[in-house]
Design a binder for this molecule. Structure first.
Ligand SMILES: [Zn+2]
Length: 387
C-alpha cells in the first residue's frame, strides 16, 4: 500500500502520528514503513528529511528516507514493532533550509530561462551549496543579473503554488521539466518568476527564501555550473565571510573595505622582498666564488635551507672558478645537492657520488641536481677522495 504523503498536503507540518506497517532489519539499521508520514524521501534533487519516531517502546532516529513504488521507507537506528503507533517529528531547521534552497533554485533557474533562454540540465542540493548546470554559457555579468532579478522576485514575496493540474490545463502549460514525465505532474509555480515540474518541497511565499547568492561560476560541459546559496545557508556564509574579512583587516591593520587593497600591497611587498633576497643571494654566490683560486680542482659549500634553485645558481657561480663545484643543503636525514662543471661531465661525478652515498639525481653535462642519503661527514669524506 502506498504511504500517505503528508508533506504534499502541508509542507509546514513538523509532527504527526502514524501506524507502523512493517519494520525490517536492513544492512545499516531498520527499514520502517508507516501508513503516513511527514518525512520527505530523497528525490527530485532534494535530500531526505531527518528526525525521530517515538513509540511506547522508546525513541528512534530517522537517518535516511527512501521511496520505492510509492512506499516510503524510514531508515532508523532501532526497530519499532508493526501495528504500534509512532509519533514522528522531522528536523525542521534542516527541512526549512532545504525548502529555502529548493525554492531559491527554482527562481534562479526560472530567471535564467526567462532572460537567456537556457535550461537547467542538472541540479544538486549539497551540504555546502546548491549547484545548477545550464544548457549554454553564461558570463559573470549575466550571472549577476540573474542574481539581482531572482532577489527582486524574492523581495516581492511572490506566491509559491504547488499543485497537480488536470491534464487539459497541463497540455497548454509552458513549464520547465528536466525529463518527460508520465502520470500526474506536480507543478510548482512561483508567480511571474517560474513554472516547473517538481516533486520537491517549497516555501509558501518567496519572501521566506530571504536571499539567493551565486558564490561560484565555472565552465561545465557546454554550459556553466552555478554554485548558489539561499536563505539560512546564504546567511551563515555571509556571517563566515564577514568574520574572515574582519580578521584579514585586523591582521593588515586596514579597514574592512580596503582589505583587498591591503592584501594587494602586501603581495607587492612580498614580491619586492623576494627580488631583494634573490639579488642578495646572487651577490653572496659571487663572493663565495671569488674566495676560490681560479682553476681549483674541487669547490663545495654546505648551506642551510637552500632551495633547489639557489643550490643550482650557487654551484654554477662556483663552476666559473673551480673545475667541479657542488652545493649541499640538509634535507631530512640526507642532503640535496647541485653539482656543476664547465669542463668535465658533471653527470659522471654525480653518478659516482650517488653510488657511494645512496643518492639519486639527473641533469646535463654542466649541471646535475639530486639528493644523497648521507650526512655531511660522509659527503666530505667522499669529496676528499675525489680531490
Ligand atoms: Zn524542484
Amino acid at each position: 500500500m502506498e504511504t500517505e504523503k503528508l508533506f504534499y498536503t502541508d509542507a509546514y507540518q513538523k509532527a504527526f502520528e502514524a501506524k507502523v506497517v512493517s519494520c525490517e532489519k536492513s544492512s545499516d539499521g531498520y527499514a520502517l514503513e508507516l501508513n503516513r508520514t511527514c518525512f520527505y524521501p530523497e528525490g527530485g534533487g532534494q535530500p531526505a528529511d531527518k528526525g525521530t519516531l517515538e513509540a511506547e517502546t522508546g525513541k528512534v532516529q530517522v537517518l535516511d528516507v527512501k521511496e520505492k513504488d510509492g512506499r516510503i521507507l524510514h531508515l532508523t537506528d532501532k526497530p519499532i514493532e508493526p501495528d504500534m503507533l509512532a509519533k514522528g517529528e522531522i528536523s525542521w531547521p534542516w527541512r526549512f533550509q532545504l525548502m529555502q534552497s529548493h525554492s531559491g533554485e527554482h527562481i534562479v533557474s526560472g530567471v535564467i530561462k526567462a532572460l537567456f533562454k537556457l535550461d537547467n540540465v542538472g541540479f544538486h542540493m549539497g551540504t555546502d551549496f546548491v549547484t545548477i548546470d545550464t544548457s549554454g554559457p553564461l558570463t559573470e555579468e549575466q550571472a549577476y543579473r540573474v542574481e539581482a532579478e531572482a532577489n527582486r522576485a524574492i523581495w516581492e514575496n511572490r506566491k509559491v503554488i504547488c499543485r497537480f493540474p488536470p491534464e487539459e490545463e497541463l497540455r497548454d502549460m509552458a513549464y520547465r521539466a528536466k525529463k518527460a514525465i508520465s502520470g500526474a505532474v506536480r507543478i510548482v509555480e512561483i508567480t511571474g518568476a517560474d513554472l516547473c515540474a517538481c516533486c520537491g518541497l517549497h516555501v509558501a511565499n518567496a519572501g521566506e527564501i530571504g536571499i539567493v547568492k551565486i558564490v561560484g561560476l565555472q565552465k561545465w560541459k557546454s554550459g556553466v555550473r552555478i554554485s548558489m546559496l539561499a536563505g539560512n545557508m546564504a546567511y551563515l556564509d555571509y556571517a563566515k565571510k564577514c568574520k574572515a574579512v574582519a580578521e584579514i583587516g585586523a591582521f593588515l591593520s586596514s579597514k574592512q573595505d580596503d582589505a583587498v587593497g591591503a592584501v594587494k600591497r602586501l603581495m607587492e611587498q612580498i614580491s619586492g622582498l623576494k627580488e631583494q633576497i634573490y639579488q642578495m643571494n646572487r651577490r653572496e654566490d659571487e663572493r663565495k666564488a671569488a674566495s676560490i683560486p681560479q682553476g681549483q680542482k674541487l669547490a663545495f659549500f654546505f648551506e642551510d635551507n637552500m632551495a633547489p634553485d639557489d643550490l643550482r645558481l650557487l654551484s654554477l657561480a662556483l663552476a666559473k672558478r673551480a673545475v667541479v663545484a657542488a652545493a649541499f643543503s640538509k634535507a631530512g636525514e640526507g642532503h640535496k645537492y647541485a653539482l656543476a662543471s664547465l669542463s668535465v661531465d658533471a653527470r659522471k661525478i654525480a653518478a659516482e657520488m650517488n653510488a657511494a652515498l645512496n643518492g639519486r639525481g639527473g641533469g646535463k653535462s654542466e649541471l646535475v641536481q639530486g639528493s644523497v642519503a648521507a650526512d655531511r661527514e660522509s659527503i666530505e669524506k667522499f669529496l676528499e677522495k675525489c680531490n
